[in-house]
Ligand binder design. Structure first.
Ligand code: ADP
Ligand code: ZN
Length: 731
């Protein structure tokens, strides 16, 4: 029984959504809700929450009710479902009486698989009556953090959901959110009486996002350069004030960039128009205050820029999270100056004391994030209570600090001093006090507690008298969990078990020096990160994109509803020319292939003919499929600069086979950049030597090459250089 269910779930995943595998815990979640169990899902943006309720809705009898807070989003979601051939509708205040009657009728007759309902509509008495007549498979509560006052988007109507559902009988519920804090989680569970629900919490690591902080110097110039480098890609630029939004938007327009502003001060008609322009790719860039974003479900946002510093790390994470939902590498760039933090602090002047203190605390954490030279990812995840061990392997240079590591110093003694300072002051203080204390500052505060008498006061001063130095050490001590924040009052430190152990049994520990943005004279020309360097055929991709936009305009749906960027990238790698080929492409199910496939196939066919390209059907061994999967895997992971040894491991191939496959790919016309790998193996001179050989050789035969080179070079080295040579010369 179980086995058949698994098979049929996988089958539907492929047939309807065009995906071969579930992501993360999707499958467990789906089985759990299908078993009529209450389910609680916490997953970061882009991880694939929607599928967790869409798929069980499709494979079951009856209608699934999806409660979703944003009317603007509903139409979008319904469009996406309809595009894959699933009957979905919505019920909200934008419908006329007769439209909503029709929706209700179709629901009762069992024609509708997913019904999206706004919370306001749900709580209307007439709708409760209607829902009683419908056969409901389960209820999904999207953006469930809206239930909690502790969350960032509290919606009072959300607190009534449980009541209403209770009146409909015993119906399983699945609540989903991307907000992580434990406090919110408990609150939501309590309010929905879902204490028994199984919790599925995914890692908040967004491994496809590249994080970078740059000093805010000549920021406008930097901005233009960045946008020119990312021409044609969709992106969001966040600014703090409406005025700034207007200013930057017109500045970009003047510079020939298709940008539109978005903020709460614009007329709602204009706002809608600009948002649509962004969704429909008439505008590449939207310049916005943080008001923009929650209602945006655009999967192919390729960059998010913070022109001004954000107010908190949580906000920063949410905002950057809007990039790269489709899993393709995307860029998160923040311009930072301490002045911005001071400006933000001024905004808080009129707030009540505790609120002001809290806001200040959040800002300081933000500033510390920017200053730190520790892996950005490690810092962000630590903020959400997740431990993340950095090694070359897991961040892979996907943040500026890992890509350009800063000088480190031995910090064992300093870490011990921090732990002792926290301990000796009875775990009652936070960063201001502890840093002053360790720097040996005789502040009133320090004196009044008699802390200038402590041993750590003198010891710390001997090492360094600068409290900013100590702040940096304290932050890193915290980040590595020798001390921890108090749960009730996060501004106060406690010593952790690890910290107590460390005092007894210390070991060498390296710390990083902070950035010095303010004194840094020369502008650090940030090397372009290796995101978005692609092995797919960019020319074809752009043609497909233009075609997609055309069709989208005609059908009045957002372009990505037709085919996603990952789908089109794969088309531009494999060149499908038949319906069967097309259905092999990731994200292309039967319905999409049928509905939208023809013009795309036609375009690819023509393109292939004109350019003499070897197509998918020529290369792929259809029955097995693994071979083509290896091929795609290799192309994608060479893009992400994975070492060949790791690729071999991951695919269960030998090193030899990987090189063979890379050769095949390269010889069948796909350009691959394997410099990152070769550079690790050979210095420039050795590379040049082999390269020169191929430049002057009559043939690319390995045999002949080895005859000439074998005294000095291994066969692997020569083969790798031959690939490089072919990629650069023969294409
Ligand atoms: P969330 O709601 O968690 O932010 P979405 O549900 O919008 O994320 O999914 C993000 C993207 O991932 C979408 O483009 C979706 O089609 C894609 N996706 C979801 N599940 C899978 C899967 N199993 N395989 C490939 N892509 C997937
Ligand atoms: Zn990193």
């Amino acid at each position: 029984m179980e086995a058949t269910l698994e098979v049929s779930l996988k089958d539907s995943l492929k047939r309807v959504f065009g995906y071969d595998t579930f992501r993360g815990t999707q499958e467990e979640i789906i089985s759990h809700i299908l078993g009529k169990n209450n389910t609680f899902v916490i997953m970061p943006t882009g991880a694939g929450k929607s599928l967790c309720y869409q798929l069980p809705a499709i494979v079951q009898e009856g209608t699934a009710i999806v409660i979703s807070p944003l009317i603007a989003l509903m139409k979008n979601q319904v469009d996406q479902m309809n595009a894959v051939g699933i009957n979905a509708r919505f019920l909200n205040s934008t419908l006329s009486k007769s439209e909503s009657n029709k929706v209700k009728k179709d629901t009762i007759s069992g024609d509708i698989k997913l019904l999206y309902v706004a919370p306001e509509s749900l709580t209307k008495e007439e709708n409760v009556e209607f829902l009683k007549q419908a056969k409901i498979s389960f209820v999904a509560i999207d953006e469930a953090h809206c239930i909690s006052e502790w969350g960032h988007d509290f919606r009072p109507e959300y607190r009534r959901i449980k009541d209403i559902i209770g009146r409909l009988g015993s119906i399983p519920m699945i609540a989903l959110t991307a907000t992580a804090t434990p406090k919110v989680q408990l609150d939501v569970q309590k309010n929905l009486s879902m204490d028994d629900a199984k919790l599925f919490k995914s890692s908040f690591n967004r491994s496809n996002l590249y994080y970078e902080v740059r000093p805010k110097k000549e920021a406008k110039k930097q901005l233009i350069k960045f946008l020119k480098d990312h021409k044609g890609e969709s992106g969001i630029i966040y600014c703090l004030s409406r005025k700034k939004v207007e200013e930057i938007a017109s500045f970009l327009q003047v510079n020939g960039i298709k940008a539109e502003p978005y903020h709460a001060g614009l007329e709602s008609k204009v706002r809608m128009k600009n948002q649509d322009a962004f969704l429909n790719e008439d505008a590449d860039v939207i310049v916005a205050t943080i008001a923009f974003g929650m209602g945006i479900d655009k999967p192919d946002v390729r960059f998010v820029i913070h022109y001004d510093a954000p107010k908190s790390i949580e906000g920063y994470y949410q905002e950057t999270g809007r990039a790269g939902r489709d899993g393709i590498n995307s860029y998160c760039l923040m311009f930072y100056s301490y002045n911005d933090i001071l400006k933000l602090e001024k905004f808080n002047k009129d707030k009540a004391v505790t609120e002001r203190e809290n806001a200040k605390f959040l800002l300081e954490e933000m500033a510390a994030y920017a200053d730190s030279t520790v892996c950005r990812r490690k810092q962000l995840l630590h903020y959400f209570g997740e431990e993340y061990e950095v090694s070359d392997e897991n961040c892979r240079g996907m943040c500026d600090n890992c890509l350009h590591p800063k000088e480190q110093y031995e910090g064992q003694e300093m870490i011990q001093l921090v732990i002792r300072a926290v301990k000796d002051t009875e775990e009652r203080f936070g960063i201001d006090h502890i840093s002053n204390l360790l720097a040996g500052k005789n502040t009133d505060h320090v004196k009044s507690y008699g802390h200038d008498q402590l041993d750590v006061f003198t010891k710390g001063k001997e090492i360094n008298e600068d409290e900013y130095f100590w702040r940096s050490v304290i932050r890193q001590t915290l980040l590595n969990e020798f001390i921890k924040k108090d749960i009730e009052n996060p501004a106060v430190f406690k010593v952790s078990k690890k910290g107590t152990d460390y005092l007894e049994k210390p070991y060498p520990f390296y710390l990083s020096k902070d950035h010095e943005y303010t004194t840094d004279g020369e502008e650090e020309e940030s090397e372009k990160a290796q995101v978005n360097v692609s092995a797919f055929d960019k020319t074809l991709f752009d043609m497909l994109k233009a075609l997609r936009k055309d069709i989208a305009h005609r059908e009045d749906i957002p372009p990505y509803v037709i085919f996603s960027d990952p789908s089109m990238e794969e088309m531009s790698t494999l060149y499908p020319t038949t319906m069967d080929d097309l259905k092999q492409i990731v994200g292309v199910g039967e319905s999409k292939a049928k509905k939208f496939g023809a013009p795309f196939l036609e375009l690819i066919e023509e393109y292939v003919e004109e350019n003499d390209i070897i197509t998918a059907s020529d290369v792929l061994v259809k029955s097995s499929g693994t071979k083509s999967k290896n091929k795609i895997y290799i192309i994608q992971h060479i893009d992400q600069m994975m070492d060949f040894e790791e690729i071999a491991d991951a695919r269960g191939m030998t090193y030899e086979q990987v090189i063979n496959e890379v050769e095949n790919i390269c010889y069948s016309g796909t350009k691959l950049n394997i410099d990152y790998y070769i550079d690790q193996l050979m210095d420039d001179d050795r590379q040049d030597d082999i390269y020169d050989y191929f430049l002057n050789a009559e043939t690319d035969s390995m045999e002949e090459a080895m005859e000439e080179l074998q005294d000095d070079y291994s066969e692997d080295e020569v083969r790798l250089m031959r690939i490089k040579f072919m990629s650069e010369y023969a294409h």
